[in-house]
Design a binder for this molecule. Structure first.
Ligand SMILES: Cc1cc2nc3c(=O)[nH]c(=O)nc-3n(C[C@H](O)[C@H](O)[C@H](O)COP(=O)(O)OP(=O)(O)OC[C@H]3O[C@@H](n4cnc5c(N)ncnc54)[C@H](O)[C@@H]3O)c2cc1C
Length: 469
């Protein structure tokens, strides 16, 4: 990708290609560190396909810290993000719960100030994009990154807008959040390893009054076992908007993927005559893979560009949100001069190993292993949620984190000296019970990174975090 002649030229600390979950999370995390970014999104129009419909517990905690929890939940449905296995929806009462690794809303209250949520991706994305702009960064819709050139001190990105005009932008860093078929990854020559396509799936987006059939058994995924209606039904937003999905290898013989054929399958899965109003039908690869590296020079891969997982387990979007957030705060610290560039090495070091595991899980038909370890992976070693008394009720330790370092200390205890010139430190005083619940040794303090992981202060970069379990 070489820059083109005769272009306008501008500078910005970080250019982000792609305003999907990964790019948006990175831009928000950067903005919260006070660092501006330019997000370019090839598509001119907002997304209209739900894709992911479940937000995990840790992703909801991040969304809450970004100040958009209520706006995100407003586009979701009142249901537990759990899998319910039944013959048809009308027979839901005879079904059973299948543990997928995420807690119910009542279980979540024990470990978090929030809960997993059933919200479609096409509602989430515009909310995040608005937040980026509110925080002072830019999102350009209809603008694609078409070329890039790594320089000694950064990156030159060539952008083409909807009119076809091109311009060059210089940035210290570039984030390739341009999705599973990332052109940036291709241009850098970074290969994807792993299983690739392991099957073909079909999905139909439709409206039908299905909530009437399940009563109080309101869940995020219904795994339907009817021989002719086999597949998954997922709520995809308010007003009885639903997705029906089927892994084509799961059924013998050809599947009729016309509107008529899908409507019949949906009715069989519902177990009642429901006349679905089908908006669209699409087929896609059930694919997984992992980029051999997440960084080359000043360019970082994030989200599906770095790791692709099948929709099984509902984790892809959540990995994108969490990875984007991780990259965003780390780049922010380095650009603010609060940490050395070594901190950026921890992005791949911390995110590639769990991504490798999740890529492997996502192609296993058996959900047992992911379910057992899923929550642990999702929380990623963040400090415990401890509800502490606060004005007007209580607050969670998870909500008490600053954008720099946060030190939890007992009332009146002296604080350790931290290196001058590092990130800002927020001090949070806790009582003895709170200190114990946080696992603080007598007389000790707890130093926490903005992502909630305890920090190990051994070098100025303040980068290391003990690996979870
Ligand atoms: C059918 C389906 C069902 C899924 N179900 C789930 C689920 O249940 N749960 C779950 O967690 N995940 C699910 N996923 C996966 C989830 O949608 C992805 O993991 C997630 O969107 C990845 O986010 P991202 O930001 O990395 O990439 P994307 O969302 O793909 O965003 C990339 C963005 O970059 C833009 N772009 C591309 N090239 C350029 C360029 N050169 N310049 C500028 N912009 C560019 C694209 O237009 C796009 O908006 C599903 C995916 C599919 C396809």
């Amino acid at each position: 990708m070489a820059p083109m002649k005769g272009e306008r030229h501008e500078q910005v600390p970080v250019v982000i290609a792609g305003a999907g979950p990964a790019g948006s999370a990175a831009a928000i995390a950067l903005a919260l560190q006070g660092v501006e970014s330019l997000v370019v999104e090839r598509r001119a129009d907002p997304p209209t396909l739900p894709r992911a419909t479940g937000i995990t517990l840790r992703s909801m905690e991040l969304i809450r810290s970004w100040g958009v929890e209520d706006e995100v939940l407003a586009g979701g449905v009142d249901a537990d993000w759990q899998l319910w296995s039944c013959r048809t929806l009308a027979e839901a009462a005879d079904g059973r719960a299948v543990h997928t690794g995420q807690p119910t809303r009542s279980q979540s209250a024990l470990i978090s100030p929030t809960a997993p949520a059933c919200v479609p991706q096409d509602h989430l994305e515009p909310v995040l994009r608005r937040r980026i702009v509110e925080l002072g960064s830019r999102v350009e819709h209809g603008t694609a990154l078409v070329a890039l050139d790594q320089t000694s001190d950064g990156v030159r990105a060539t952008l083409r807008d909807a009119t076809g005009a091109t311009r060059t932008v210089s940035a210290r860093y570039l984030i390739a959040a341009d999705g599973a078929s990332s052109d940036v990854r291709g241009a850098l020559g970074i290969r994807m390893r792993g299983p690739g396509a392991v099957g073909r799936a079909v999905s139909a987006l439709f409206r039908a009054p299905l909530w009437d059939l399940v009563g109080d058994l309101r869940y995020g995924i219904y795994d339907i076992d009817h021989p002719e209606g086999r597949g998954e039904l997922l709520p995809a937003g308010p007003d009885d908007r639903w997705l029906y999905g089927l892994l084509l290898d799961r059924v013998p013989g050809p599947v009729d993927v016309t509107a008529r054929g899908m409507a019949r399958r949906i009715e069989l899965a519902a177990g009642r005559r429901v006349r679905p109003d089908i908006e669209r039908i699409g087929t896609f690869d059930f694919a997984a893979g992992l980029a051999e590296r997440f960084r080359l020079g000043n360019v970082f891969l994030a989200g599906d560009a770095a790791h692709r997982v099948t929709p099984r387990g509902g984790i892809g979007m959540n990995m994108a949100l969490q990875g984007g957030n991780d990259l965003g705060w780390k780049l922010g610290w380095v650009l603010r001069g609060w940490a050395g560039p070594d901190l950026l090495d921890s992005y791949e070091a911390e995110r590639l190993p769990p991504a490798e595991t999740i890529v492997r899980w996502s192609v296993e038909p058996d959900r047992t292993a992911p379910a057992a370890a899923g929550l642990h992976m999702d929380l990623g070693g963040r400090i415990p949620h401890v509800p502490l008394p606060a004005a007007g009720g209580w607050t969670s330790t998870v909500d008490m984190l600053g954008t720099g370092l946060t030190t939890f200390a007992r009332e009146h205890d002296e604080l350790p000296e931290l290196e001058h010139g590092g990130p800002p430190v927020t001090v949070q005083r806790v009582g003895e019970l709170g200190a114990r619940a946080l696992g603080m040794a007598p007389g000790g303090t707890l130093l926490v990174r903005p992502d909630g992981r305890p920090a190990v202060v051994q070098e100025p970069a303040l980068l290391r975090s003990p690996q979870p379990g």
